[in-house]
Design a protein. Structure first.
Length: 493
């Protein structure tokens, strides 16, 4: 009798185990069928579609397709740059921008010398994407207060911008002409201010009619426009582009903005951010009753500053808050600034090439094979950038063991979280990935990517990277498929 009960228990146990195996098998089968179905579809038939997913704890591979083929990652590249910065610079690292004067200050308030704005590579200077950073006007007021506290009433010399901490090449060589005049193609200079952008406001007409330029905020002295901007259909959104190279002051406007609104703005990149900083400070001084007899200009040769003549110092928010903007808002300028900071810290030279070398060394030092990595910038805007899906997952796995992991993880978008930013706040609502998947997206023409973490039904962490290049259809169609794959991953037992 006891033997019979024992047999029944064993049979029950075997039955339960079989059900679990069948259940898991069905989940994997569903995932594989989904991928196979879309691989044969018109959308992906001629594309390069790289997929890799595995369990964090066991390392068991769940999904693997073209995972060691180099593909363009778009903004997924930011994960390499931002995590290298967290490890090498430290999550509490801060940048500083300093104001100095030279010459002497007379008893009646005349500065017989110049004022220098010395850039320290702070991407947040004068723009409050990071909450603790001062916006442009408040920054100017803080500087004017410090200048006044020195007893300066008249500046007999110039306002000089010093951006020599980093090299003179403002943008990567491999960026496209269509991008560089727009805010997301802004120059990464050691003295950056107002996110190196301006807003350009238009008055739309009827569909097909010209769109009139109304104003620029902030005003960039000397910047003019050749305007070919047209009015598109109502609700057509921002399809306007600003074509302008760094250091050039005539921009060409093309594309469309939507009809049906009183005014519509697009964002452009300031042609010469250090010069703009000097111009802005000079203007603010004059508006506040401090005369400037010289002009705004830029430093050409290195100067050794006298610390006793430092007027003030503006300290950035901690690096972890800057990385939050890099990944959560996918800010290209912030990322390129971090790349140059890495270059200076690791290689002693603040240039793009030294920065990419520093990132590759960081990967190798952490046991990640960088074969298949082609890095021409820090943010992924270059269409020549390439990574592998497996390399991305290797990076995400390695990061879970780092002390700065929480700072990194918090910078990822949380799918379906109403408190998150933009599209992701409504993505995946009512599905297994709602408030479960933490991801970084990547979007440029012909590229759609999602990489990150999620948990399956048993609470086990899955790391994944889904990257599509040169698909035949809309990017939104690819993102929809990638969302379905994430949902299937989250359904696994």
């Amino acid at each position: 009798m006891k033997k019979l009960k024992h047999m029944k228990k064993n049979i029950t146990l075997i039955f339960i185990l079989l059900l679990q195996v069948i259940s898991t098998g069905q989940d994997l089968s569903s995932l594989n069928k989904l991928v196979d179905k879309y691989q044969k579809s018109k959308l992906f038939k001629n594309s390069t579609w790289a997929l890799h997913a595995r369990y964090l704890k066991s390392g068991k591979v769940i999904l693997d397709k073209n995972s060691e083929v180099s593909v363009a990652p778009a903004s997924n590249m930011k994960l390499f740059t931002s995590t290298a910065a967290l490890e090498i610079l430290g999550e509490d690292y801060k940048f500083s921008t300093k104001l100095y004067y030279d010459g002497s200050i007379s008893d009646d308030g005349n500065l017989y010398g110049n004022i220098y704005i010395v850039g320290g590579g702070d991407p947040s200077l004068g723009y409050d994407l990071v909450k603790s950073a001062l916006p442009l006007d408040e920054l100017m007021q803080s500087w004017i207060k410090a200048i006044s506290a020195k007893g300066i009433k008249t500046v007999r010399g110039n306002i000089i911008a010093d951006a020599l901490l980093y090299d003179a090449k403002p943008i990567p060589d491999m960026w496209d002409w269509i991008d560089i005049g727009n805010y997301y193609g802004a120059s990464s200079t050691a003295l950056t201010i107002n996110n190196n952008l301006y807003f350009l406001y238009f008055k739309p007409g009827n569909k097909g009619e010209a769109a009139e330029v109304l104003r620029m905020e902030p005003e960039v002295p000397g910047l003019t426009f050749t305007n070919y901007m047209k009015t598109g259909a109502k609700g057509s959104g921002d399809n306007g582009y600003i074509y302008c190279a760094p250091l050039q002051y005539n921009a060409t406007l093309r594309g469309t903005i939507p009809a049906g609104v009183d005014e519509f703005s697009i964002k452009g990149s300031i042609p010469d951010p250090p010069l703009f900083a000097a111009q802005k400070l000079m203007s603010a001084l004059q508006e506040n009753g401090i005369a400037v007899k010289g002009k705004p200009t830029k430093l050409i040769n290195l100067v050794i500053y006298d610390d006793s003549k430092m007027i003030t110092k503006t300290i950035s928010p901690p690096l972890k808050d800057i990385v939050y903007i890099v990944n959560k808002r996918s800010d290209n300028l912030y990322t390129e600034m971090l790349l140059k900071a890495l270059a200076l810290n690791v290689k002693g030279k603040g240039d793009i090439e030294s920065g990419t070398e520093a990132v590759k060394e960081y990967l190798e030092r952490n046991g990640i094979n960088s074969d298949g990595l082609f890095m021409y910038d820090g943010c992924g805007l270059s269409r020549s950038d390439a990574i592998t899906a497996k390399m991305m997952v290797d990076l995400l796995e390695m990061l879970t063991k780092k002390k700065h992991f929480d700072s990194f993880f918090n910078s990822l978008a949380v799918v379906g979280d109403p408190g998150d930013i933009g599209y992701f706040s409504s993505m995946g609502r009512g599905t297994e990935i709602e408030k479960n998947a933490h991801i970084k997206s990547g979007v440029i023409t012909g590229v759609r990517a999602y990489s990150g973490y999620l948990k399956d039904r048993k609470g086990k962490t899955i790391i994944f990277s889904l990257i599509a290049n040169n698909y035949n259809g809309e990017g939104s169609d690819v993102s929809f498929v990638h969302k379905k794959i994430m949902i299937e991953l989250a359904k696994l037992n």
